[in-house]
Design a protein around this ligand. Structure first.
Ligand code: HEC
Ligand code: HEC
Length: 184
């Protein structure tokens, strides 16, 4: 072998190179990628240790005591409806009442044929009327799952403010405004 003749490829060296290549591509790079993304996420998490908004006054590390569950006011009786089409709120507890495809416990008191015996108000005729205006013998499917529309009375604080005024209050306000305007 002379000095300037190219050295023949060394098979051992080639194998080592391939091993290093596989190690880099299959292990090191993926692990580094996971480590970089993970540590970035960790930094973001650390910098948000004090969330605001949804948990007023609390951080993720505090366990504030749960607010009391809103109660059902006792003996408050039936409530006035704020407008004629309002589904009346339920003046009694409905805890544990069964209401599924097979059985509707509400109807054991509120159905047309039992209500007077039980002393409960009958569901109104709208509950027997389907969307074509046809009145059926049974409560129609659209009115079957009572709690879609009726909720029990509760002393819970409203989650969202409302400036709704019943029509009587609106009329009173407008009458007062006109009387004031006339006296000017
Ligand atoms: C054991 C019988 C009984 C069962 C069961 C029952 N109720 Fe009642 N419900 C009554 C009685 C009695 C009243 C009237 C209470 C009053 O006058 O203070 C009433 C009142 C109501 C009212 C108020 C109506 C109005 O005009 O103000 C609604 C709404 C109501 N119930 C819905 C339901 C729903 C929904 C269910 C099922 C989850 C249900 N009830 C189950 C007996 C029952
Ligand atoms: C799609 C909404 C909806 C569903 C579901 C529904 N209701 Fe009503 N309910 C109303 C509305 C609205 C009113 C008041 C206007 C009216 O009578 O239609 C009412 C009125 C009532 C009343 C008072 C009737 C009266 O003449 O004073 C009772 C009692 C009642 N519902 C019970 C029930 C029961 C029990 C169920 C389940 C079988 C039920 N409702 C399902 C919307 C609904």
């Amino acid at each position: 072998m002379t000095e300037d003749s190219p050295t023949p490829p060394d098979p051992q060296r080639k194998r080592d190179e391939r091993r290093v290549f596989i190690f880099l591509v299959a292990f090191l790079f993926p692990i580094m990628a996971v480590a970089i993304v993970g540590s970035y996420g960790f930094v973001v998490w650390l910098s948000h240790r004090h969330p605001d908004g949804l948990r007023p006054g609390g951080t993720l590390y505090e366990t504030p005591s749960a607010p009391p569950i809103a109660g059902v006011p006792k003996d408050s009786g039936r409530d006035v409806r704020n407008y004629p089409e309002q589904p009346p709120v339920i003046p009694h507890s409905i805890r544990g009442y069964q209401m599924d495809l097979r059985y509707n416990q509400c109807l054991t008191c509120h159905n047309r044929n039992v209500a007077p015996d039980v002393g409960a108000p009958m569901v109104s005729v709208t509950h027997y009327t389907d969307r074509t205006g046809q009145t059926s013998a049974e409560v129609t499917p659209g009115r079957y799952f009572c709690t879609q529309c009726h909720v029990p009375q509760t002393d819970a604080e409203p989650l969202v403010d409302s400036d709704f005024m019943p029509i009587e209050a609106v009329i009173e306000r407008e009458t007062a405004r006109q009387a004031y305007g006339a006296s000017q």
